[in-house]
Design a protein around this ligand. Sequence first.
Ligand SMILES: Cc1cc2nc3c(=O)[nH]c(=O)nc-3n(C[C@H](O)[C@H](O)[C@H](O)COP(=O)(O)OP(=O)(O)OC[C@H]3O[C@@H](n4cnc5c(N)ncnc54)[C@H](O)[C@@H]3O)c2cc1C
Length: 495
Amino acid sequence: MSTAQTSLASTALRQSLAAQLREFMPRSSVLTEEEDLRPYECDGLSAYRRLPWIVALPETVEQVGRLLRLCSGQNIPVVARGAGTGLSGGALPLEDGVLLSLAKFNRILEVDPANRTATVQPGVRNLAISEAAAPYGMYYAPDPSSQLACSIGGNVAENAGGVHCLKYGLTVHNVTGIKFMTMDGELITLGGKALDLPGYDLLALMTGSEGMLGVMVEFTVKLLPKPERAQVMLAVFDEIEKAGDAVAAIIASGFLPAGLEMMDNLAIRAAEAYAKAGYPVEAAAILLCELDGTSEEVSEGIAQIRTLLLKQGAAEVRVSRDEADRLRMWAGRKAAFPAVGRLSPDYYCMDGTIPRKHLARVLRRISDLSKEYGLAVANVFHAGDGNLHPLILYNANKPGELEKTEELGGKILEFCIEVGGTVTGEHGVGIEKINQMCLQFTRAELEQFHALKAAFDPRGLLNPGKAVPTLSRCAEFGRMHVHGGKLVYPDLERF
Ligand SMILES: Cc1cc2nc3c(=O)[nH]c(=O)nc-3n(C[C@H](O)[C@H](O)[C@H](O)COP(=O)(O)OP(=O)(O)OC[C@H]3O[C@@H](n4cnc5c(N)ncnc54)[C@H](O)[C@@H]3O)c2cc1C
């Protein structure tokens, strides 16, 4: 078939599918016109764009089930999408598949203060859960910086983290129930309001599954009582390595702050210019360390950690005076990504995790790589979790600069693996880190991933091409990354 014929066939198939979807969904919930599809062409990783074939916005679980059955029957792939703030291309659409937006699933079904849980639909914004729980003196702990916009469905699919996950756990530790639909439109219920369930822990498996195993349609999440008091300390360092070592020392001391974040000079300057948080713009690095609990616990913690920070070489330690001061100190950190975005036409946000004792070493390596590639890198990250977010500044309009940026990003992730870390902390693999997965996992491990995917989605129709690389992709990638002269996957064909 010629290209023109293929395109005609695709258009006919699309019109036919759209007509079938409109039999059980309103016309306005099935988008096929280019101007309607354009807003869905990428997620937060905007370097990658693809116009979706069809966007569907169902409103009920029954509609999701019918859509999946229809697509399954015609072998049409489906990509689930929450708010599209993902930073690894997980919700990047397909040219020949349906983009299933969960945006209309935006209801909080129940807040149960006696049980300290909330039951919510997948399109509910992260922050909206805490807002709904606030009248009961409660909140939902995982707080990604994108919490104003991102959906709980995307949070669960990416196992999102945030400032307070150091003390209160990642999304996986805060979800007790999930309802999801298989590609054949069958509704499966995992867990509920109780804290444990027998059998394989499919609840944890679904958390972080990046839309590859099912489409999630409802969650039960834990709510926590608001702490009596919270205070933040800002420690100023003249060397970034000292700040890295101070993080390791705090963790080793056994004290568990509610949040422990680090920013380097480039990030401090950008955030200060943007948010006027009162940050010291000459500092090489700052640490923001939040303590919460009873009044006595916080007072004691502040005294101990101040001593420790000074011993680790902090030039100054400030403590928030009141709630307004605390929020102001955090405002700079929370606005750091958009603030860095003002420094250059584009930035690429990396996401790797390392053992915390190696923070200083990895930051030094990032600085060396930044010089080697001639690309500035700002660091603003969840230091307490060892979760790095190097932001590589580049200009996509300069020929070859995106490729150079991706290569530098790849080197950073490979160094994370080298020191015993992982290629993702919270943003998922998506398409962005798929090659590095070949370095992170052995062939046997990747085969287990594929077997697991096949158990849920035998024909590979859910979010194909994301998160888990094929072995032949690894062979291709392996050809480029030969370590110690040893070929990766030697038995696979090279091309
Ligand atoms: C400025 C900024 C700051 C950020 N800060 C953080 C941070 O601090 N911590 C953090 O963890 N992340 C952060 N992120 C990344 C992003 O916000 C999170 O990954 C978030 O969880 C994505 O949610 P979403 O609703 O936008 O999902 P989307 O981007 O729409 O989708 C993400 C993935 O989830 C899948 N998915 C979505 N909904 C469903 C569903 N119902 N069923 C099955 N699969 C589904 C999609 O297929 C895709 O693979 C940040 C992003 C930005 C832009």
